[in-house]
Design a binder for this molecule. Sequence first.
Ligand SMILES: Cc1cc2nc3c(=O)[nH]c(=O)nc-3n(C[C@H](O)[C@H](O)[C@H](O)COP(=O)(O)OP(=O)(O)OC[C@H]3O[C@@H](n4cnc5c(N)ncnc54)[C@H](O)[C@@H]3O)c2cc1C
Length: 484
Amino acid sequence: MTTEAASASELSRYPALNAYLRHVEGPGAELPPIPPRPTRRPLIGRPAAPLRISPRALRAGIVAGGTGVSALWAVQAEPSARLDALFATGAHLTGLLAGYGVLVMLFLMARIPAVEHGVGADRLARRHATGGRHVLELCAAHLVLAVCGYASHAGTDLVSTVVDLLGYPAIAAASAGTGLLVAVGVSSARAVRRRVTHETWRTVHLLTYLGAALGFVHQLAGPDVAIDVVTRWLWAFLHATVAVLLVWYRLVVPIHQALRHSLRVVAVHGEGPGVFSVVMQGIGLDGLRAEPGQFFRWRFLRGGLWHTSLPFSLSAPVCGDELRITVKALGRHTRRVRRLAPGTRVLATGPFGALTAHRRTRRKVLLLAGGVGITPLRALFETLPGAPGDLTLLYRASTAEQLVLNGELEAIARSRQAALHYLLGPSDASFDPLAPQALRNLVPELAEHDVYVCGPPGMTAAALTALERAGVPEDHIHTECFTF
Ligand SMILES: Cc1cc2nc3c(=O)[nH]c(=O)nc-3n(C[C@H](O)[C@H](O)[C@H](O)COP(=O)(O)OP(=O)(O)OC[C@H]3O[C@@H](n4cnc5c(N)ncnc54)[C@H](O)[C@@H]3O)c2cc1C
């Protein structure tokens, strides 16, 4: 395929950008071909871009499901002014919504490519965290209302009611399930999360599956779902669907990818102080359909690393049988990654993330990187289509010594006639290169740009505020956080 043909197929993957160009510049407006890569051959002729579910569509789907569940409750509710009936009807609604909420939480974390690529892993994790809190609130409300309803119906005190209710196996199962969900919630609280390792937190999180299964037993036996056979089958079908998605995308697909691609480390080389690149080779990597800007979860099969899968972005586009990541040695795992020997087997799951060219809606693009956040933006800098002057990369670091991949960035900037500026200086210096006016001075027509931001949390937050103050509309700003 020629470069022009590759470019045409690339452009068909940016519906929002094409619509914008047609609107602003009339029919036939086209970006020039992607220039040849400076160091390596670009991967061309990839399969079509995967399906993506937008954040708005996901939210609408979740709300529609919640409305359906509430409607199910409404058609079953029998209006009554009696206190016990009011408690019972409240317990039914909160119980149904809690059960649905658990399903939604599991769905969000099932790593379904259409959801991951459309919404982004960090946004999904944030929604999962917020949603998880609401699910626990619903569980608590359900528990209190059910106990009060039962007590006022039977005329017993709350303690003996609880003892009576725990005599029912399905209720005992649900109570145990709720206990497990509470344990998961506690382990995710910021104060606890800071004190436990990522692996401990993940292991506790696996209890969610058991908690959900125990809750499901209770729901099938309970008055809302058991009431008619259609509801029972529908509820079971929803649970089975989510279970299949989880097993498929979290177990079957990773095993299949591991067997198919046989990834191995071929080289590890330094890029700067504490930063190094890991180059890996494998078979049939075009089948991964990885896009510049995306990340994988990497499991390196050597002592001290095999038990955890670490997220790292691709720091260069996939090229033939090669993948590359660039890692900052911050903690105990990343320090071990630096010592990987050539030949080490690697299991990569992915690609994940939505910080891709698909988000683009404008001809002009600003890439704004901080620290090791340069990795996904380096890959985008090379591959985003653009005429001379369309692309700008701003790279924030404390000192020139901390810049990494700068030789490559300069070569790309030269060959693509793109702008590249290093914003150096300590973060507490009196001159802030990320202040709105400073950004406007560096990037003419800033508000007309799409802006991709990736960096440490503090720098990212400061950049987002400055960009909004500088007049960049919120929906032109695309970001990915390196923490879940
Ligand atoms: C989407 C994404 C892309 C990333 N891309 C890059 C990149 O290209 N280059 C780079 O240098 N860093 C990247 N990171 C950050 C990198 O994953 C962490 O710095 C690294 O996993 C921490 O390991 P450690 O041994 O240094 O730290 P540890 O001391 O083990 O842990 C420090 C903190 O890192 C986080 N962490 C540890 N293990 C994991 C895990 N398995 N999954 C998620 N978070 C974890 C936890 O918040 C933990 O508290 C990325 C992170 C994310 C979420």
